[in-house]
Design a protein around this ligand. Sequence first.
Ligand code: AFP
Length: 330
Amino acid sequence: MSITLSQYLTTAVQNNLIDSELSALISAVAQLSKDINDKVTHGALAGVLGMAGTDNVQGEHQKKLDVISNEIFVSGVEWTGSVAGMASEEMDDCLVTPSQFKRGKYLITFDPLDGSSNIDINAPIGTIFSITKAPEGEITNESFLIPGRQQVAAGYVMYSPQTILTFSFGKGVVMFTLNMNTGNYILTKENVQIPATTEEFAINMSNMRHWAAPVKEYVKDLLAGKDGPLGKNYNMRWVAAMVAEVHRVLCRGGIFMYPWDNRKPEQPGKLRLMYEANPMSFLIEQAGGAASTGKGAILDLQPEKLHQRVPVFLGAKEEVARVEEYHKKF
Ligand code: AFP
């Protein structure tokens, strides 16, 4: 008998694993993801492809679907009575829950549509979210700057052949597949585990000449295959959407990397800490993997800015440890 998301969350509340506000918040995210899924799957038919004609705080040109997905996410959670505020890749500053709604005990941070460069080519994209406890008092951007290890829950929705909701509230990683006929998210995987070793890596190789020495050496050794120092052949993947890369790692292992490079030397990396690296690192560690900046665990970082970036190496524990060794050595 298939278990629906609402059954799963209701049981978690009954077993005191989560409280009703967190259950309502995760349910609301699942519900709004169906609206985003509807836009994404209709694409040109819904007139949502192409550029919005605006830029976000990152200085990136926003796609129509970036803006639409952000609006869907905000209106999908503000009424729940579970959040005191929210922050998004697509909004310069945080948004305090409007006074007409009950203030809740959580903060939610999200990338409403990750992988925007994939939208117009019908490649995988996703929504990423991170939930932390709201501090007492007024909510400001600083309220969100909580180390990733203190996340209460985190997850993503991947829009691809299947629409899959993956999350954890600290008791392992679960995956729900959307039944497009009934509109129900059905439990399809629980207690997800990442193998400690792998033969598959993901990195954007076109940036090789821009990497720091440790990463150049490490990838060179990966490419050397079984006759090289690592003694095995590796396969490579690059989907250009972090949600798809992390989903693959959770499903079959691997290591995903987006290191610092000298194209924008003042930036520590491309990926954002608060709504990409932290939620994904939470999931990876919950699944027995590791997530590192190359020098230490991402979840231990003390955030300084809402939209700060971070280098990311995540996945198979032994492979991530090897990357950290290369950073010590070179
Ligand atoms: P966009 O949202 O701008 O497409 O960036 C997606 C992303 O932040 C992350 O999801 C991908 O892993 C990574 O960037 C892809 O970066 P490249 O386009 O440089 O390969």
